[in-house]
Write a protein of this length. Structure first.
Ligand code: CP
Ligand code: NVA
Length: 307
């Protein structure tokens, strides 16, 4: 059975550390490691738009010596109703790994169930584990460690970033605080899983209603769009309840000295984050975006090594 990365806790704490170490090595020399030489092929399928994920996977797979196949899934037979299971079986005969950005988590689970090659979640409605590996790499290069640091996420607590930060951060032994408006709290099952993981790693999980209390003493402050892909017409008020959670200069003053700010991007300047913060000295978002490349190269190499 191949290993997959469908959600952040698919990696044990030791495995996560191993992947992050490999990501650092990939960053130190982009062309030193070519484990996909042969070449191995990787299908990268998109049901939703992307800039960073698409380009970083395409460039990364090529740098590893492999062949990237970037596919707009809606233009494939998947978009016309071919089943996910049949697609998985067919793709497994051509490629060495499948990367997919899609909607509900059940879709990527179905892909993994039918696939005989590793499947990587490139964002679902519930999780964005590739992003969080890059986030952890970024935090670790700034602070030299992850365990024991406090990470505060402000925004939609029920979205992919909040869930992945909960699981990925707890796996790394971080103290993860989620500050979300009423009605936008994280999934209870994910919170439970993150707490379980945190109890193994010495990390912690807290849901904090007040944004100032949530940011108090935080080492890492993270935000994300208030309107994720696919939520544009969900009829919920995704403005007024979120406004007090905006990451701006005044809120950031509550964070620890030397705190950094992360945002997976794309940012909605003036909504969840101000120009002052995004372009200011605490912002680590451009390194974070770059680290998508290194973290994903590491993840793919690691998964293929397990196969
Ligand atoms: N952060 C992120 O996943 O960006 P894209 O949607 O551009 O891939
Ligand atoms: N939560 C955002 C992340 C984008 C990278 C979304 O799903 O649209």
């Amino acid at each position: 059975m191949p290993r997959h990365l469908l959600r952040d806790d698919d990696l044990t704490p030791d495995e996560q550390r191993e992947v992050l170490d490999l990501a650092d090595a990939m960053k130190a020399d982009r062309f030193a490691q070519r484990p996909l030489e042969g070449p191995k092929a990787v299908a990268v399928l998109f049901d939703k738009p992307s800039t960073r994920t698409r380009i970083s996977f395409e460039v990364g797979i090529a740098q590893l010596g492999g062949t990237p196949l970037i596919v707009d899934a809606q233009a494939s037979q998947l978009g016309r109703g071919e089943t996910i299971g049949d697609t998985a079986r067919v793709l497994s005969r051509y490629v060495d790994a499948i990367v997919w950005r899609t909607g509900d988590q059940s879709r990527i689970e179905e892909m993994a169930a039918g696939s005989s090659v590793p499947v990587v979640n490139a964002l679902t409605d519930q999780f964005h584990p590739c992003q969080v590996l890059a986030d952890l790499q970024t935090v670790r290069e700034r602070f030299g460690r992850l365990a024991g640091l406090t990470l505060t996420y402000l925004g939609d607590g029920a979205n992919n970033m909040a869930h992945s930060l909960l699981l990925g951060g707890a796996t790394a032994g971080m103290h993860v605080r989620i500050c979300a408006p009423e009605g936008f709290q994280p999934d209870g099952g994910v919170v439970r899983d993150a707490k379980d993981r945190a109890s193994d790693t010495g990390g912690g999980v807290e849901l904090v209603a007040d944004p100032h209390a949530a940011v108090d003493g935080a080492d890492v402050v993270v935000t994300d769009t208030w309107v994720s892909m696919g939520q544009e017409h969900d009829g919920l008020d995704r403005a007024a309840p979120f406004r007090p959670l905006q990451v701006n200069g005044a809120l950031l003053e509550r964070a620890a000295d030397g705190a950094i700010v992360l945002h997976c991007l794309p940012a909605h300047r003036g909504d969840e984050i101000t120009d002052e913060v995004l372009d200011g000295p605490a912002s680590a978002v451009w390194d974070e975006a770059e680290n998508r490349l290194h973290a994903q190269k590491a993840m793919l190499s690691w998964l293929l090594r397990q196969a």
